[in-house]
Design a protein around this ligand. Structure first.
Ligand SMILES: Nc1ncnc2c1ncn2[C@@H]1O[C@H](COP(=O)(O)OP(=O)(O)OP(=O)(O)O)[C@@H](O)[C@H]1O
Length: 673
């Protein structure tokens, strides 16, 4: 295309852009007008209020929409179902008062071709156009990039706009990737709602991004169903949740709950900590069987019958009949509370039969009253007593005999010993629970009564969940599907998973499809190659990630004054754009933070334990040996730490490498584009 043609096309694009802006203004005005008139047109007050609320939130959504690119792509078709059509694709659908939409939603079925059409499989697409926009407000169209699929052109990961997007400096929270979703990511994003997925993805392959976009996609494709059942995103810690919080709202989805696993638990906050051995036993899946046994141990087989006086009748249920019903219900595998209600219903049915034998026909009121009568309630309280989770757990942790009874053949003597309280509280009401206890309380609560579930759960960093934590989620997705995201190589918890099939079993979805993402979008190739040298030292087998980024810098240096060297590296980094993180062992955070005081908001000092899932333009790792030595899976932690850099990684160390075959002592090594 000549320069003149190029300018003509750009002018045409600017005209279209102006039309889209006008349509956006019209949509906002129109929505406001409907709020104003909604109350008058709707029938009764309730409908008017509901409608009003709905319209108001629509206006709020439109008005609050961040000023962003109204579209990012365009497809031109010359063949097939969409022959001679041209579609602009954006984060939201944009329409004028009449006529076809000016911009279609990225989640609409045809938009999928924007991500998937290729020169060999065009689906009628002749040209795919990507738009570039200025980041500053007011946002401006700066150019575009065409791929003539009909002429065999295909840019793939060499697209200039994709490169600009992944290489841009990172400041603030995570952003959406709708403009540049890759074909293998799109397949995961658009998988059916009833399909549970597990994505094994090395560092920076876009797992988190894929999970969040999948949530947005499912809400679009199954809005009604998911509005009712809900979507939940589970992340490893509050910092991570803060980091990802803006992605879904930017995609127009505000109705998604985003929580940590602990945030799902309803029991009181922990007030005690477990010894390592106790925590290990509590997070072990065998503990579920112990708790189940303890709960069932509350049941008492009926030994007496019931006699109930009803008017002139004396109604009876014999001990034998009662024992038969009781036995039958215990084989039905019901939640505990439901079992109690089932027994009540059966007793009432037996009494009802007798009354009918006398020629009476008892009504609903009689059935309710009889179910609540003293003799029936007394039997239930004796045979199937109401229980609280806290009572059951305290009954085990505070009583060696009770624990032995429940754990016999399941936990060893030493394991039982590890669980027991050194000084049991006077009552379960004054027990001081630990974080692991809260997971056990949830297990018991779930066995008593199934918790409300979600239509879909996205769980990130799932490799770190213990079997018992997995069960917390399994209980909440009994009738829904899950997207499980993680990287076995980044497992740092004491119970980190080594095999997805096993973990999926604990999550209640043993048959979920496991897919690997192996293209890295965050970490530059030179940094990734360095971090990947750790892989042989990790106790897992994972596919190796290949970076799409040829830029970046790696600098490993030995020093005799760690603090001075770190300060010097940070000062140098401040000359460049983007965020800077100094990552070190928890013990070193304070001293380095003091030394770096006054360096400004772009610099943060973070303990190695709190950077999972995050990314920074420039990372300075201080004394990696200390990070490795700080915890049993310290080498996995170091792998996480070394893979947080978007552009530059610097490693500063004082000693020789410790025991493991790591290249920290390597000569000063710099690689630049
Ligand atoms: N298709 C894409 N286009 C542009 N950027 C992308 C794409 N996929 C991922 N990214 C970017 O790469 C970075 C890493 O993505 P993300 O955090 O989702 O990876 P991850 O697999 O969860 O990483 P980790 O396991 O290390 O936490 C993010 O900045 C994300 O926006």
């Amino acid at each position: 295309m000549t320069r003149l043609q190029d300018m003509a096309t750009l002018a045409e694009e600017h005209d279209y852009m102006a039309r889209v802006r006008a349509a956006q203004d019209w949509m906002l005005d129109h929505a406001r007008m409907r709020v104003a008139t909604g109350a008058q047109v709707a029938g009764d007050r309730y409908t008017a209020e509901t409608l009003g609320r709905m319209l108001k939130s629509h206006v709020k959504e439109l008005a609050e929409e961040p000023e962003g690119a109204p579209y990012f792509g365009r497809l031109t078709f010359t063949e097939g179902e969409h022959r001679d059509q041209r579609y602009y694709i954006g984060r939201r659908r944009i329409t004028e008062e009449q006529g076809p939409p000016l911009v279609i939603d990225w989640r609409a079925p045809v938009s999928s071709l924007f991500y998937r059409a290729s020169a060999t499989d065009r689906h009628g697409v002749a040209v795919r156009r990507r738009y570039g926009w200025s980041n500053r407000s007011p946002i401006r169209l700066t150019g575009f990039e065409d791929e003539h699929l009909d002429r065999g052109e295909e840019l793939g990961t060499t697209s200039r706009l994709l490169a600009e997007e992944i290489e841009r400096p990172r400041v603030g929270p995570m952003r959406d990737i709708v403009a540049t979703i890759q074909p293998e990511q799109d397949e995961l994003v658009r998988a059916d709602l009833d399909q549970s997925l597990c994505v094994q993805g090395g560092p920076g392959t876009g797992k988190t991004a894929v999970g969040l976009h999948r949530a947005a996609y499912l809400l679009y494709a199954h809005r009604r169903q998911l509005k009712r059942t809900g979507v939940l995103v589970v992340g490893p810690n509050p910092t991570f949740l803060e980091y990802i919080a803006a992605v879904l709202p930017a995609l127009g989805e505000v109705d998604v709950q985003q929580r940590t696993l602990d945030g799902l638990l309803t029991s009181a906050e922990p007030r005690a900590t477990d010894a390592d051995q106790a925590a290990l036993v509590k997070h072990d899946v065998r503990t579920a069987a112990v708790l189940r046994r303890a709960l069932v141990g509350r049941l008492r087989e009926p030994t007496d019958g019931i006699v109930l006086t009803d008017g002139s009748y004396r109604l009876r249920v014999t001990a034998t009949a009662l024992a038969r019903e009781f036995a039958r219900i215990t084989t039905e595998d019901l939640p505990y509370a439901l079992g109690r209600e089932r027994l009540r219903t059966r007793i009432v049915a037996l009494l009802q039969r007798q009354l009918e034998y006398h020629g009476e026909s008892p009504n609903r009121k009689w059935l309710d009253k009889t179910g609540r009568s003293q003799p029936v309630t007394a039997i239930l309280d004796r045979c199937w007593p109401r229980v609280r989770p806290e009572e059951v757990l305290a009954g085990l942790l505070g009583d060696a005999d009770a624990l032995k009874l429940a754990a016999d053949g399941i936990l060893s003597d030493a394991e039982q010993q590890a669980l027991l309280w050194a000084r049991p509280p006077r009552s379960w009401k004054s027990a001081r629970w630990t974080a692991a206890d809260r997971v056990l309380l949830d297990e018991i609560a779930g066995a008593i009564e199934h918790p409300a579930g979600f239509g879909h759960i996205v769980v990130d960093e799932a490799q770190d969940l213990s079997p018992m934590q997995c069960r917390v989620l399994a209980r909440r997705s009994r009738h829904g599907s899950v997207t499980v995201l993680g990287d076995l190589a980044q497992g740092t918890s004491a119970w980190a998973a080594a095999d997805w099939r096993v973990q999926l079993g604990h999550l209640g979805k043993p048959d979920a499809t496991v897919t690997a993402l192996t293209l890295g979008f965050r970490v530059p190739a030179v940094v990734l190659a360095y971090a990947n040298r750790l892989l042989p030292h990790l106790k897992v087998t994972v596919p190796v990630v290949r970076s799409v980024r040829g830029d970046g810098l790696l600098d490993v240096r030995r020093t005799s004054d760690l603090t001075a060297a770190v300060v010097e590296r940070v000062r140098a980094a401040l000359e460049l754009a983007g965020s800077i993180a100094v990552i070190c062992s928890a013990e070193r955070v304070n001293s380095l933070a003091t030394a770096l005081d006054g360096c400004g908001e772009r610099v943060s000092v973070r303990p190695a334990t709190e950077v999972k899932g995050l990314e920074f333009d420039h990372v300075v790792v201080a004394e990696p040996d200390e990070i490795v030595a700080a915890e049993p899976r310290g080498i996995h932690r170091l792998y996480v730490v070394l893979t947080r850099a978007v552009s530059r990684l610097e490693v500063v160390h004082t000693g020789e490498s410790g025991g493991w075959d790591l290249p920290f002592h390597a000569a000063h090594h710099v690689a630049r584009r």
